[in-house]
Design a protein around this ligand. Sequence first.
Ligand code: PLP
Length: 396
Amino acid sequence: MMDGFAQHLSQTLDGIRDEGLFKSEMVIGSAQKGEVTVGGRTMVNLCANNYLGLANDPEVVEASVRALEKYGSGMASVRFICGTHELHKELERTVARYLEKDDAILFGSCFDANGGIFETLLGPEDAVISDTLNHASIIDGVRLSKARRYRFHTSDMDDLRLQLQAADDDGARFKLIVTDGVFSMDGYIARLPEICDLAEDYKAAVLIDECHATGHLGEKGRGTPALTGAGNRVDIISGTFGKTLGGAMGGFIAGPQPVVDLLRQRARPYLFSNALPPSVAAGAIKAIEIAEKADDRRATLDRHTKRFRSALADAGFDLLPGETPIIPVMLHDAVKAQGMARALQDKGVLVSAFSFPVVPKGKARIRTQMSAGLSDDNISFAIDAFIGAGKDLGII
Ligand SMILES: *Cc1c(COP(=O)(O)O)cnc(C)c1O
């Protein structure tokens, strides 16, 4: 590579290190579960999106293995050429039924689902009104569309009303409000009933990203529409199979028939990217089947969430308020957050520090996530480690 270019990249990397923002990878040698091995050492894992513990569930694994043996490693085609397998259609029907929508369409990831939907549904005459805390994939997807863009402060309904009015004043043809159902970095739940009220007032459609909700929140794990009572007033749902629903990969959009049908014709990540392997689809179908009935797992998850949250709050940690299994421990300073993460790892608890650009500058944190795959002993161990590390570093 050209000398000057490589040197410039190295300097950028040095800058990232100097600011305490450098991200290194934890290399896991075991399956993803409550206790994982890192470099041969066993650690309690508090940073997977494995909320129901399905990533290593024997039934999910068995369903995947059976499909792998029967149908091979993959389709070697995009869906519309010769990459559509019976298991894709079954998974699409399963998602639509589970989320009580007309139909669903699969993507290689939810990043792709969010990347493809705005450009497909909205033209330059339309408006998208997006929560400022929305996931990077929504921000990128909105950027790719020609629709006018309006942003409202997180969960600020007065601001949402102002932005809807501004879109109307600007002559928008159609308006789409988009929000994360659960905000991944903060664990906040979107105010869906109020958002849907405003959507009705202003004749807007509502799209929510349910990556941190589907499978573990609300009745039967149907997510934030079920949890908040907004139900079917939410028009379109995007989600992932890479978190609660088995932890493998794949994304989806579920919604009204014309939305799904048009995505099948026009969504670029769907048209120009390989189909999901049938084995992944089979695992996801099984994961949904389990999630729907997993009140026991949801009860365990809830018990861990309440216990961990109150123990850390009592010990004097600064937590963001909330009720989801995402429990952010605020350190504010990026270097401090990294130091705390390292101290916890030394004590055998796997956590990850988040800093800019994943969260705003000055809001560095350790985002802990509970899982039904964790035991009560794992939670006790993690609480002791947090208190020990917090005292060692003078944080509490
Ligand atoms: C994880 C996540 C995504 C991306 O999902 P993938 O299937 O991993 O691409 C999108 N949106 C939100 C809110 C997420 O948390």
